[in-house]
Design a protein around this ligand. Structure first.
Ligand SMILES: NC(=O)c1ccc[n+]([C@@H]2O[C@H](COP(=O)([O-])OP(=O)(O)OC[C@H]3O[C@@H](n4cnc5c(N)ncnc54)[C@H](OP(=O)(O)O)[C@@H]3O)[C@@H](O)[C@H]2O)c1
Length: 249
């Protein structure tokens, strides 16, 4: 991780779960972390517990202007962005044939469109500052590798498929430009986080005792594993299941 020490990493959705664990781990590894989320109190607490290594920026990532402004402020205050982790996301069950289009819209705006804005702004910052070895990590899901049985899951599933396709598109565009910037997806299986407590969300009952699960710290470790990959190697898609999972096979 030596090469990333002192470099700026932006992590979206850092007030809870996987994003919070990634922000904390990257700070421990010596990066300057910009933690993004809407809940100011949680960000403040996270920053205060980090010995000045985590910088809180309140932002609703679905608001393009706010997100653009975060990247502008980051560059002014801390320097150019070397690492972006697009993590903010949510799972609101809704139907395909008779669904709640507001839920569709929200999931696509949050899980897909906001990642495009962040990706564009991070690449802009890298290009402007001559950084050709940055890293962008998109947190997709195991559900991008299958089409689930049952109802209510397919729109979330579609957003995570979209994110994986978009990531591969960015990889191809960067490769054609002979850029050394890498972009990867991490596709976790079940991780026990607040995503199961979100009002109108998938619900904690999904997590019966029988469902094996990962921890947010596992995904933070996977993030570090990607950053540690030698610069000539590119792990494009990292699928991480809890050991023994059969649920989403
Ligand atoms: N948990 C799982 O089983 C699992 C499995 C595979 C993939 N994933 C993916 O992993 C990512 C993180 O999920 P998690 O399980 O850690 O969920 P979580 O505990 O519910 O955390 C979600 C994070 O996203 C942030 N967020 C939500 N809406 C936002 C907005 N409009 N603007 C800025 N930030 C926003 C939340 O912060 P604020 O509310 O403070 O804004 C929070 O920090 C998601 O993309 C999810 O789809 C999760």
């Amino acid at each position: 991780m030596e090469r990333w020490r002192g470099k700026v990493a932006v992590v979206t959705g850092a007030t809870a779960g996987i994003g919070r664990a990634i922000a904390q781990r990257l700070a421990q590894e010596g990066l300057k972390v910009v933690a993004i989320g809407r809940r100011a109190e949680r960000l403040k607490e996270l920053a205060e517990s980090s010995n000045g290594k985590i910088h809180a920026m309140v932002c609703d990532v679905t608001k393009e202007e706010e997100l653009v402004n975060v990247f502008k402020k980051t560059e002014e205050k801390l320097g150019p962005v070397h690492v972006l982790v697009n993590n903010a996301g949510t799972f609101l069950p809704t139907q395909v044939t008779d669904g709640d289009i507001e839920k569709w819209r929200h999931m696509f705006e949050l899980n897909v469109l906001s990642t495009g804005t962040a990706l564009r702004e991070a690449l802009k910052s890298m290009k402007k500052n001559g950084i050709d070895d940055g890293y962008i990590i998109n947190i997709s899901s195991i559900s991008s590798h299958a089409i689930p049985e049952g109802t209510g899951k397919h729109i979330y599933n579609a957003t995570k498929h979209a994110l994986r396709v978009i990531t591969e598109g960015a990889r191809q565009e960067l490769a054609r430009k002979k850029s050394k910037i890498r972009i990867s997806t991490i596709c976790p299986g079940v991780v026990d986080t607040e995503i199961f407590d979100v009002p109108g969300g998938i619900g904690r009952e999904f997590l019966s005792d029988k469902v094996p699960r990962l921890t947010s710290e596992d995904i933070a470790q996977n993030t570090v594993d990607l950053l540690r990959t030698p610069p000539n190697a590119h792990v494009v898609d990292m699928v991480v299941r809890p050991l023994g999972e059969t649920l989403l096979a």
